[in-house]
Ligand binder design. Structure first.
Ligand SMILES: Cc1cc2nc3c(=O)[nH]c(=O)nc-3n(C[C@@H](O)[C@@H](O)[C@H](O)COP(=O)(O)OP(=O)(O)OC[C@H]3O[C@@H](n4cnc5c(N)ncnc54)[C@H](O)[C@@H]3O)c2cc1C
Length: 507
């Protein structure tokens, strides 16, 4: 979906971006990235290739991770994504805001290389002045940058490929470590892939599902109720009344989209008495906190998670002011929906303020945490430790939703639910919304990558390296690659015996 504020590329922008890509590759090479491969190849029982790391999800997290692993000499990485190429993630699918919510400076997919940064790409494409003029990157431009990034680094992404389960696999032919079996479906073909490690980079809904609340879903015809994450036909709302539930960014974005498409009116309702004014996310987006968050004690992490749940964040200024400026828009605070009914020709919504009538309903109610909703977690879900297994908050701070979140290790690895059991689950890393309580709210967001990706990469490379411990000494002893090339008998040939005097032996 094109953004109304998409900037206009400079003449020759494609050539400039191609030149920047070539420069980025040259600079990577000059820093000796990627480093040489150091994970020995492994094969499954029937000779199948074993991937060192299989990444599920080719959005910004999967791409950045793949690039960072290759830079560290982990070359046998495969990224799979169920979306078609270039349509990964939220940016060009159902995100509807004109610009990102993240300030433009908070990004970190660049591996520390300015030529890979979004700023350099943006200025190559739109000019220095265009970069100075924005404080948020336009949404569609961010997705274009991700496409450029993937192409520049030639990252191995297999699209249209859905992961349906991750299981304990077999031992590899080299006998080290256990393998994971990853079941996939691609164009109707089922396949089981093997990997030493798996990362779930499956996004904001990676630990649940976008869901219309049941009391709404059950009451209304399917074409009259939508979730903000649906691919909505806004054209069908022309001349109609639209009611939106929620006060977050998506609520305002969808209001703007509906009014732009010609909706007669939009009523945006939410339960709170007032919109949040303060954005606690901005407070915690510091290098110190995001780098070391996982080292905080359980009590502190629990309290932070509760705080974020309780206070929420304001809608982004751009979408908010735009919605308020549009004729037909109305916002109703303190107006949660008690009941919803289909009269046969319209939607009747009971609120504390009275009855609201609408033709379409959009629920901007976010995602529901529910590991059971994820096919790829069908085996893992019941086997992994949850916060309820490891931490008991005071009764006044209890929260069943947070308690159901996985209790992850320091590097995003799942931990076995039964201590000492199912250790294979620690070969799977949750770099998605499942990490919210253990690693804070920002690991996978744009502002988190700079700090979170190195931690994840360290965990992955540490596991791959420690897998080699049993063979490390033998390999070292067997190592016989000649470094100094000399002809046979060299030492004898160069020796100069006349430099030595005979040693007198005392009588
Ligand atoms: C409307 C909206 C606006 C947002 N705006 C911002 C913002 O401005 N700034 C910010 O930092 N964050 C924002 N977010 C949060 C978040 O979506 C992004 O930070 C970002 O998309 C996270 O990147 P990711 O790669 O981790 O996940 P995603 O971009 O969601 O990518 C996950 C990928 O995994 C794939 N996948 C999932 N399950 C499977 C499976 N079983 N098999 C194969 N593939 C699978 C999906 O197809 C998808 O492509 C926003 C979220 C929404 C919903």
């Amino acid at each position: 979906m094109a953004s109304p504020t998409a900037p206009v590329p400079l003449p020759g922008a494609d050539l400039a971006c191609a030149a920047l890509a070539a420069l980025a590759r040259a600079e990577l090479a000059s820093l000796a990235y990627p480093d040489r491969a150091w994970v020995p190849p492994a094969f499954g029982p029937s000779g199948q290739v074993v991937h060192d790391v299989l990444v599920v999800g080719g959005g910004q997290s999967g791409l950045g991770l793949c690039a960072a692993l290759r830079a560290q000499g982990v070359r046998n990485v495969l990224v799979v994504d169920r979306a078609p190429s270039g349509q990964e993630g939220v940016w060009d699918t159902f995100a509807r805001m004109p610009e990102l919510r993240t300030p433009k400076a908070l990004n970190g997919l660049d591996l520390g290389l300015p030529t890979l940064s979004v700023q350099r790409w943006y200025t190559a494409r739109f000019g220095e002045g265009a970069w100075s003029a924005i404080d948020r990157i336009p949404r569609t431009a961010w997705m274009d940058y991700l496409r450029w990034y993937r192409a520049t680094l030639q990252l191995p992404v297999e699209n249209d490929c859905e992961v349906t389960d991750v299981r304990q696999g077999l031992r590899s032919t080299d006998g080290d470590g256990r393998l994971l079996a990853v079941d996939t479906v691609r164009h109707g073909q089922r396949q089981t892939r093997l990997a030493r490690l798996v990362v779930l980079a499956t996004g904001t809904d990676g630990a649940g599902a976008w869901r219309v609340p049941a009391f709404i879903a059950d009451a209304l015809p399917a074409d009259r109720r939508h979730h903000s994450s649906d691919l909505i036909d806004f054209g069908a709302m022309r001349g109609r009344r639209v009611a939106i539930l929620g006060h977050g960014a998506s609520a305002f974005d969808n209001a703007v989209a509906a009014l732009r498409a010609g909706a007669a009116s939009v009523d945006l309702c939410f339960r709170r008495a007032a919109l949040p004014r303060v954005n606690p996310h901005r407070h915690i987006e510091t290098a110190g906190l995001m780098t070391h968050y996982a080292r905080l004690g359980d009590t502190t992490r629990w309290q932070v998670a509760r705080h974020f749940r309780r206070v929420d964040q304001p809608p982004p200024r751009g979408s908010f002011h735009l919605a308020l400026s549009m004729p037909g828009f109305a916002m109703h605070a303190g107006c949660g929906w008690n009941a919803v009914r289909w009269t046969g020709c319209e939607v009747a919504i009971d609120t504390p303020r009275g009855r609201l009538l609408a033709d379409h309903v959009i629920c901007a109610t976010g995602q529901q945490f529910d590991l059971a909703a994820r096919p790829e977690l069908r085996t893992l879900g019941p086997a992994v430790a949850r916060w309820s297994d490891r931490y008991t908050p005071p009764a006044s701070e209890a929260d069943a939703g947070l308690a159901a979140h996985p209790y992850l290790g320091e590097h995003y690895e799942f931990l076995p639910r039964r201590p000492g059991g199912d250790d294979w689950v620690a070969r799977v890393f949750a770099f998605n919304s499942a990490s919210f309580v253990s690693h804070g709210p920002h690991s996978t967001s744009i502002s988190g990558h700079k700090h979170a990706l190195p931690r994840l990469v360290r965990g992955l490379t540490q596991r791959l390296f420690l897998d080699q411990e049993a063979t490390l000494v033998d390999e070292l002893r067997r190592y016989d690659e000649t470094d100094l090339v000399l002809p046979p008998g060299f030492e004898t040939a160069v020796a100069q015996p006349h430099r030595f005097a005979p040693v007198e032996v005392a009588a």
